[in-house]
Design a protein around this ligand. Structure first.
Ligand code: HEC
Length: 106
């Protein structure tokens, strides 16, 4: 019985990993919220802007390229979306933390 429960738990966690929502680390979540990224972006789903996972699937950016795009978006990369406004108010260190997390998504 214990073994069965353990097996079911294992299957459950694998299913969550492959179909569940991306877990955003709390420090990153806080910065995404503070800098209003979450108004237009979700890690997994298209909102106003592309899902962060979609961004990485299509573009495979390095973290410093993402930092540059936060300050100077390139709407040509995303036909079918409205242009993202440049977000010059985002502090450099916060942009770096956000970008590192986005770059880590698969
Ligand atoms: C008002 C809506 C809005 C907000 C706020 C916003 N974005 Fe975007 N973002 C978009 C849209 C729309 C696109 C696709 C069009 C474009 O790139 O201009 C996009 C594209 C992107 C891309 C892909 C860039 C590329 O050229 O491939 C990244 C990365 C990104 N956003 C990150 C962020 C981060 C990080 C924040 C917060 C600091 C943020 N966005 C805030 C709407 C938004």
């Amino acid at each position: 019985m214990k073994k069965l429960i353990a097996t079911l738990l294992l299957i459950g966690s694998i299913a969550t990993l492959s179909h569940g929502q991306t877990r955003i680390p709390p420090n990153v979540q806080k910065l995404l919220q503070k800098n209003t990224c979450l108004a237009c972006h979700n890690a997994d789903k298209r909102l106003v802007g592309p899902a962060y996972k979609e961004v990485m699937k299509k573009k495979k950016y390095k973290a410093d390229e993402i930092v540059a795009l936060i300050y100077k978006p390139n709407p040509k990369n995303w036909p079918g979306y409205p242009p993202m406004a440049p977000m010059s108010q985002v502090p450099k260190n916060e942009a770096a933390i956000i970008a590192k997390w986005i770059a880590s998504l698969k």
